[in-house]
Write a protein that binds this ligand. Structure first.
Ligand SMILES: O=P(O)(O)OC[C@H]1O[C@](O)(CO)[C@@H](O)[C@@H]1O
Ligand SMILES: [Mn+2]
Length: 438
């Protein structure tokens, strides 16, 4: 079967249209404010050169915002990074999809492409403004969101330490229930992204643990039992066996801490022997995790004046040191490509994922890339929408913030659409959706 067409702002009135029209502009405006607000920092670090660079970056971003608002053609990139050519080739490819000499543009091209492109252009703007090129324009909001959700993180860290304290006395069923709880925490942690909120505070203020039962009704696809079948193998099996779990990370802040807690529990409860994390090589979709965010978060937890949380930070640091946790970077995660092209575009990454026993894909954007961000029917099987992307058994853990969803039972999507117009974009609903390797 042919894949349906990609979502795009050319369909007026859709969420894609609204995102390109309003939310992306709002995010660019925030970027401009942030660069401006950091003027003194640039001056202190680089003197007049820093001031010049700030001006340069500001004029770049204002021009970019204008291109977006006036639906200008998508331009090739002008920097010299390992992915520059790939982006420019992708633009050429997008051109081949159009007829009548039409050019790829913000409101006509696929939403996934233009939205990713905006973040890559922000990166280009910084790269072309030395000496402030390394400045992460989203750093301040990411840090802020970490501090805003500290109470919720603390509750989680206490829960984890208590769990570890009693784990030797837990039955298999109890271990399963505990890991299912932490999976759900990691799912609802995905509500906290700063892209859907246009960069506004969207942090978790209360403990999610106590609300899990109430939230259960909002999990539209619950494949947790399939995950347990994989994870419990290590626990039942002989001590020689290895179980590698990969987590393709999404947002820093509260969500990242939920992922750390899940990863820690999987190791502690003997469900996994190693956890591999995959982060972004550049600031991405406002709150996505970069290496700096990853290290910074662990460091913050470690240094905090609270014994439960600092114990967590300490363990996580040791896990990294001992190779039980491994951090990976790959530029494929910040390309506009659907994941079904990974084997061709990034064969090394595909091979890496093939080594895994279970790959978690956190968040909405990963789901859009898994399914190609296309207008699939709600009941199309997940494995079909993946279109031959099957490096390993995989699982999407995502709250719905974009209008793409597959693998629902017949009638569910229609029933929700009839009663709640925003069910696909509000973040209220979630999925834990599994696909075995085929
Ligand atoms: O952090 P997540 O869960 O990938 O969400 C990113 C957000 O950005 C979008 O991709 C569009 O701005 C939404 O679909 C989603 O709300
Ligand atoms: Mn994100």
């Amino acid at each position: 079967m042919e894949a349906p067409c990609p979502l795009s702002a050319k369909f007026e009135g859709t969420f894609a249209y609204y995102t390109v029209k309003d939310r992306l502009t709002q995010i660019l405006t925030k970027v401009i404010d942030t660069v401006h607000r950091n003027k003194n920092t640039f001056f202190e670090a680089h003197g007049d050169e820093g001031m010049e660079a700030e001006k340069k970056a500001l004029s770049f971003f204002s021009k970019l915002r204008n291109e977006l608002q006036t639906n200008k053609p998508i331009l090739p990139l002008n920097d010299e990074k390992p992915d520059t050519q790939i982006w420019n080739q992708y633009l050429d490819y997008q051109k081949t999809l159009l007829s009548n000499g039409e050019e790829p543009s913000w409101f006509r091209s696929p939403w996934l492409y233009v939205e990713c492109y905006m973040y890559r252009r922000i990166q280009e703007g910084m790269l072309l403004s030395p000496p402030i090129s390394e400045f992460d324009v989203f750093r301040d909001v990411k840090n802020e969101s970490f501090f805003q959700s500290q109470q919720a993180m603390l509750a989680l860290c206490i829960h984890l330490q208590e769990l570890k304290g009693k784990m030797s006395s837990l039955s298999n069923d109890e271990v399963r229930d505990e890991i299912h709880k932490l999976l759900q925490v990691s799912l609802w942690g995905n509500k906290c992204d700063l892209s859907i909120s246009g960069g506004q505070d969207n942090s978790q203020k209360t403990s999610v643990l106590s609300s899990l039962e109430d939230f259960k009704a909002f999990i539209l696809v619950d494949d947790m039992n399939s995950l347990w079948n994989i994870l419990s193998r290590n626990r039942d099996g002989n001590t020689e066996s290895r179980t590698r779990v990969d987590i393709v990370l999404d947002n820093a802040g509260f969500e990242l801490v939920t992922d750390f807690v899940l990863a820690d529990a999987m190791l502690s409860l003997n469900l996994a022997t190693e956890v591999h994390f995959h982060g972004k090589v550049m600031p991405w979709y406002v709150s996505d995790t970069t290496k700096r965010d990853f290290d910074w978060t662990i460091q913050q937890c470690l240094a905090i004046n609270n014994k439960w949380m600092s114990k967590c930070g300490q363990t996580w640091k040791e896990n990294l040191k001992k190779g039980r946790w491994v951090y990976h970077e790959h530029l494929f995660w910040t390309l506009p490509h659907e994941f079904c092209t990974m084997a061709e575009v990034a064969p090394d990454l595909y091979t890496e994922l093939q080594k895994s026993d279970l790959v978690f894909f956190k968040g909405d954007l990963n789901y859009r890339k898994l399914t190609g961000d296309r207008k699939w029917d709600f009941t199309v099987p997940f494995s079909q929408a993946l279109r031959s992307f099957h490096p390993a058994p995989l699982c999407s853990v995502r709250t719905l913030k974009a209008d793409v969803q597959v693998g629902l039972q017949a009638g569910v999507g229609e029933r929700l659409s009839a009663t709640e117009t925003d069910w696909m974009i509000s973040g209220k609903y979630g999925i834990i959706q599994f696909s075995p390797a085929v």
